[in-house]
Design a protein around this ligand. Structure first.
Ligand SMILES: NC(=O)c1ccc[n+]([C@@H]2O[C@H](COP(=O)([O-])OP(=O)(O)OC[C@H]3O[C@@H](n4cnc5c(N)ncnc54)[C@H](O)[C@@H]3O)[C@@H](O)[C@H]2O)c1
Length: 326
């Protein structure tokens, strides 16, 4: 009987047809509460045909330990930066993922963070709950310039919403989406420095690579407008934690709204938990009932296809699909 390790908590905790779909494989399912660190993955690896995983540390060492039994990686989600994709490909393990199912939900969350910062929403709600009718003056977003870094699936949805809010949009991507940019009136920045210099709000939507790591640092912040608002619904490591904490402290950065941190969950002394005008949500950008159901069904269907020896709906690497194991 095939044996599958299921680690993603939103998958497990959200109702929907994915549960019955997974059971229909007849496989033995072992459930863990991820995202799991490397030590825990190393303890578990070796005994499974497939991982249905979230942001668990699937390093080369984990993949080696998982051999020879592990044949399939089915990622629940889109970011594969916690998986050593090169190692998986070398070992001939196909990796599927779920593009095109969570982009609207994540874009909505970016807007939730932006509007919350512009209107001091978190502070105001806390004041009222404390019995304090203290009224702060905010800013409106209409007419402000939003700089979108990464005009992929999520970045495009942010642009669509920004246009509806009457914002000016400037964008930067390695691959410029000419038609989309024309349709939504997005100005093309020559590079990150130009985008940073023009933006009142900067919203990050690239994947995490060695090139994008620490994209926001003391050096890049120096090119930004005073009081800039930065939003991050992508990956914590795009932003250097010590540098953004210092820029919030000095007032150079007017607010940081983030759904992601370099360490999740953060230790109690993480600098961003106490930084001024910083709001942090616990990586819930794609966690709506609608999005979780779409993503869980897609991740499960990817897994089932590969268990049957067929191609998944979307594959990250070009490793061959193993012969059917169910
Ligand atoms: N907060 C959450 O819950 C959540 C949920 C889903 C995705 N994410 C993150 O959001 C990221 C984006 O997701 P997506 O679905 O839009 O992915 P996507 O692949 O559709 O878009 C990413 C875009 O970034 C661009 N890019 C990559 N490197 C770049 C660079 N150096 N400079 C400029 N542009 C660059 C790519 O060309 C691409 O257009 C994911 O990689 C993931 O890390 C977070």
């Amino acid at each position: 009987m095939a044996k599958i390790l299921l680690t993603t908590t939103s998958y497990q905790d959200t109702p929907g047809p994915h549960h019955a779909l997974l059971e229909s494989t007849g496989a033995e399912i072992v459930r863990e509460r991820g995202p799991l660190p490397e030590e825990r993955m190393l303890e578990l690896a070796g005994d499974f045909d497939a991982f249905l995983c979230g942001d668990d540390a699937i390093t080369r060492a984990v993949l080696e330990k998982a051999q020879p039994r592990l044949k399939i990686l089915a990622k629940y989600g889109i970011g594969v930066d916690k998986i050593d994709v090169a190692a998986a490909t070398e070992m001939g393990i196909p990796l599927s993922f779920c593009p095109g199912v969570n982009h609207t939900t994540v874009a909505e969350h970016s807007f939730a963070l932006m509007l919350a910062l512009f209107r001091h929403l978190v502070d105001e709600v806390n004041f009222v709950n404390e019995g304090n009718w203290k009224r702060l003056t905010g800013h409106e977003v209409m007419g402000k310039t939003i700089g979108i870094v990464g005009l992929g699936r999520i970045g495009k949805e942010v642009a669509i919403r920004a246009k509806a809010f009457g914002m000016k949009i400037v964008g930067y991507d390695l691959y410029w989406p000419t038609e989309f940019a024309e349709e939504y009136g997005i100005e093309k920045a020559d590079g990150l420095t130009q985008l940073f210099g023009k933006s009142d709000v900067i919203s990050l939507h690239t994947n995490l690579t060695e090139e994008t790591r620490d994209m926001i640092s003391t050096a890049s912040i120096a090119n930004m407008k005073d009081g800039v608002i930065i939003l991050n619904c992508a990956r914590g490591e795009l932003v250097n934690t010590a540098d953004i904490a210092a820029a919030l402290e000095s007032g150079k950065v007017g607010g940081y709204g983030t759904d992601v941190l370099d360490e999740e969950p953060p230790p109690a002394d993480h600098p961003l938990l106490k930084a001024p005008r910083c709001i942090v949500t616990p990586h819930i950008g794609s966690r709506t009932y609608e999005s979780v159901e779409r993503q869980a069904v897609m991740a499960t269907q990817n897994l089932i296809n590969m268990l049957k020896g067929e191609k998944p709906l979307a594959q990250v690497n070009d490793a061959p699909i193993p012969t059917a194991i169910i």
